[in-house]
Design a protein around this ligand. Sequence first.
Ligand SMILES: Cc1ncc(COP(=O)(O)O)c(C=O)c1O
Length: 380
Amino acid sequence: MQVYFDNAATTPMDPRVIQVITETMEQEFGNPSSIHAHGRQGKTIVEKARKMVAALLKASPSEIFFTSGGTEADNMAIVRSITDLEITHAITSPIEHHAVLHTLEDQQKRGLIKLSYVKIDKEGNIDLQHLRELLKDNPRSLVSLMHANNELGTLTDIKSVSAICSEFDAVFHSDTVQTMAHYKHDLSELNIDFITGAAHKFHGPKGIGFLYINGRNKINPFIYGGAQERNMRGGTENVYGIVGLAKALEIAYQDMDTHQTYIQSLKDYMKERLTDTIADVQFNGNQTPANSLYTILNVSLPCTEIADMLLFSLDIAGISASGGSACSSGSEIGSHVLQAINPNTDRPSVRFSFSKLNTKDEIDFVISKLAEICNKHNSK
Ligand SMILES: Cc1ncc(COP(=O)(O)O)c(C=O)c1O
């Protein structure tokens, strides 16, 4: 048996998304910037997709900018708001994705901003009181706080953060890559400046994402070139990716409640089975369902002797899971998120992340293999 529990890293594409992309590839090849009929058809496809995305998020199509993915969207929001919205101070958390942290650190190194880190607790919850204190000293900051942490699943109450930001006239960017298509973002209600999405996290294609820029923010292009994306991102559009992204988001919105209930039941089942099977198993991140992304379960295991070998052993057993963020997998560096919440542990952690395609049988398989690997080496 071969099972995939790394859906926070990427998801398999939905066959309906593949179909729409394939059809478009077969039928359309025009460059959307060309003014002739072929070009106009390409342009129509891109604009139809933009309208679909905007309608689902309750935004205006003029606020949606297609990018190469979540990383580019985060970079664009941060770099451009710092230069164009007169930001000299930014606030973030130590557990943001590297697309945010490394970008902000670079801006700090260049002397463009001062950077403050808001306090978090052992579950990765943001200390909102501390955020308020930081903003009191530095109003009109850029606040960059992700909606759900990609390793722990801990959710941040972005409505409350948004209210605090409004009070201090701060610019609020949230990396919503892990929650896009898992919750319904209503941008007509949520007062936020920038959010981001990446299609491959919700059964769409890789290499395509988007940045929502609230219409009140006037920023310059991040990539200079042609007039694509209303002058905001030069480069011929990834037409097939854009079509796939819109279709994937549409599918996700159609059955979101059913999938949420189903995936939450998988997560609950796995927690229950792990607790029953492995002595002293623990869970990282906020464990209250309302404050935890239903697609992620981060498990801390007692088998310290085989910490370095755990993911490898799971892989050999036919289980694809992750030790932290997939983006740093394969590197020697451990997870900065786990380091920030619990620096003094030698217990290994595994992130299991679910999709609508997983089953309880697959979870049973994981439990049996994990118990074999772990209990054999459990020092207790
Ligand atoms: C929270 C978060 N932000 C950003 C990214 C980067 O997205 P992309 O791979 O589309 O560049 C990821 C991907 O792992 C992520 O989990």
